[in-house]
Design a protein around this ligand. Structure first.
Ligand code: UGA
Length: 473
């Protein structure tokens, strides 16, 4: 078993440190924010991640997991030092802000008194391993001390981070010193996963390319979803049909309001920036970002297509977090959707099972006038007198809502399903004016008669909507 120091107690650092402790290692997590460490010592976590709180408690009790603000304490006897600080988007062009990585590297240098392997877990631009090496070397308090640098990108999804740590599809390790990478690989051998050992730059690139590819899959299916909608196909069935092809795979083909979170938006931007800086023109990455931005707007377009002006309407929003099982609001589509409908004069009623406080903070930060936003205790309260509901986050509890009750509570039964979790036929039967994302319900042009060809399916849809609205008012 090893002695490990983890710097940074955000999602990545806390999950990594706790899971390594759970495997029997002795782990000290270092963070410069005193309040965070004080709370962690009391068992209060700075993030919501299913299963993590119990795992922290168990490992603290077993004496394997410690928290401190002191670098000397954290580094004492550590054979492995993980840098897991955040790398937010740093400038207007989308490059990563390396300030926290740089200051962690300096603090390591000033306090290291023995050989250790420094492992970069933060998502850092290609070439950052060299930067960390240079910073440590230049700032070493004791110039006799030696160290190695290894890149070990993380592939943890929020909400299932523990599962992802314990059952990874692969572990990637990159270094100019293969021996150092092999040392780190021993930490992971109990996980029985394929271990890719490569050079530093390649490991750093694998992380960006993986996230960018997954984001591309999402933007691809979102573009297809818009085509489906126009032509009368159902994108969910298209994704299922495509997904059986092993070369394609079903994962990350869920059309909806697009990707958010702390990773995809930031990493696609950073990769495009790196490519731009290198004199390239990363067309696909730019398209991925554009489609993702436009996708969010679709929710509002669908609302105005049905309701006309939003002035004076009440719009209910189900879900705030960028995805279920997290309270993370970073780059959540909900923020944009709420900002846009409020700017058009609507009152908003919102509910999220977990992201209430983070949601409130994010909306205030985005400048949304809070007089226009009411936080509710559940989905039914949101539905009360609403002119429309928009489902933004597909929390499990929304799947099993009593839709008849929701319908009876609403002023107008307009439902925009931003994550395609409901059955259009069933919603129709219940009397909702239901719009999913890319779920055309009208016949494709090929089966329309010649006389129908001047009326696009979309226009027919809208006429239908106007009719139903007229009846329910
Ligand atoms: C993502 C990656 O999945 C992780 O492998 C990676 O380690 C992590 O970023 C990171 O770089 O730290 P995460 O941001 O937690 O993880 O969330 P995902 O589950 O990947 O979802 C990202 C976004 O894409 C969410 O907004 C989700 O709603 C959206 N999404 C996902 C779709 O719109 N459609 C899909 O089919 C899948």
């Amino acid at each position: 078993m090893s002695v490990i120091c983890v710097i940074g107690t955000g999602y990545v650092g806390l999950v990594t440190g706790t899971c390594l402790a759970d495997m029997g290692n002795t782990v000290t997590c270092v963070d410069i924010v005193e309040e965070k460490i004080e709370r962690l010592k009391k068992g209060i976590l700075p993030i919501y991640e299913p299963g993590l709180e119990e795992m922290v408690e168990r490992n603290v009790e077993a004496g394997r997991l410690h928290f401190t603000t002191s670098y000397p304490e954290g580094l004492a006897n550590s054979e492995f030092i993980f840098i897991s600080v955040n790398t937010p988007t740093g400038n207007n062009q989308g490059g990563a802000d390396m300030r926290f990585v740089e200051s962690a590297a300096r603090s390591i240098a000033q306090n290291l008194d023995h050989y250790a392997v420094v492992i970069n877990k933060s998502t850092v631009p290609v070439g950052s391993g060299d930067l960390v090496t240079r910073i440590i070397r230049a700032n070493l308090n004791n110039p006799e001390v030696t160290f190695s640098v290894v890149s070990n990108p993380e592939f943890l999804r929020e909400g299932v981070a523990i599962e992802d740590f314990q059952h990874p599809d692969r572990v990637v390790l990159g270094s100019t010193e293969t021996e150092a990478a092999k040392k780190v690989s021993h930490l992971y051998t109990p996980l029985n996963a394929p271990i890719v050992i490569t050079d530093l730059y390649t490991a750093e690139m694998i992380k960006y390319a993986s996230n960018a590819f997954l984001a591309t899959k999402i933007s691809f299916i979102n573009e297809i979803s818009q085509i489906c909608e126009r032509l009368g196909a159902d994108v969910r069935e298209v994704a299922a049909g495509m997904g059986y092809d092993k070369r394609i795979g079903r994962a990350f083909l869920d059309a909806g309001l697009g990707y958010g979170g702390s990773c995809f938006p930031k990493d696609v931007r950073a990769l495009a920036h790196m490519a731009d800086e290198a004199g390239l023109h990363p067309q696909m990455l730019h398209a991925v970002m554009d489609i993702n931005h436009d996708q969010r707007r679709l929710a509002v377009t669908k609302l105005t297509n049905i309701l006309g002006s939003l002035r004076g309407t009440t719009i209910g929003v189900l879900g705030l977090a960028f995805k279920p099982d997290t309270d993370d609001m970073r780059e959540s589509p909900a923020t944009d959707v709420i900002r846009w409908v409020v700017s058009q004069g609507a009152q908003v009623r919102v509910y999220d099972p977990v992201a209430t406080e983070t949601g409130r903070t994010a909306l205030i930060h985005e400048g949304v006038p809070m007089d226009n936003v009411t936080f509710c205790k559940n989905a039914y309260e949101v539905a009360k007198n609403a002119d429309a509901l928009v489902l933004v986050t597909h929390w499990n509890e929304f799947i099993s809502l009593d839709m008849q009750r929701i319908h009876s509570l609403m002023h107008r039964p307009v439902f925009i399903d931003g994550r395609n979790i409901y059955d259009p036929g069933e919603m129709d039967r219940l009397g909702f004016i239901y719009r999913g994302m890319g779920r055309g319900t009208t016949p494709a042009p090929s089966v329309l008669s010649a006389n129908d060809s001047t009326t696009t399916p979309n226009a027919k849809d809208l006429m239908q909507e106007a009719l139903i609205i007229g009846e329910t008012k």
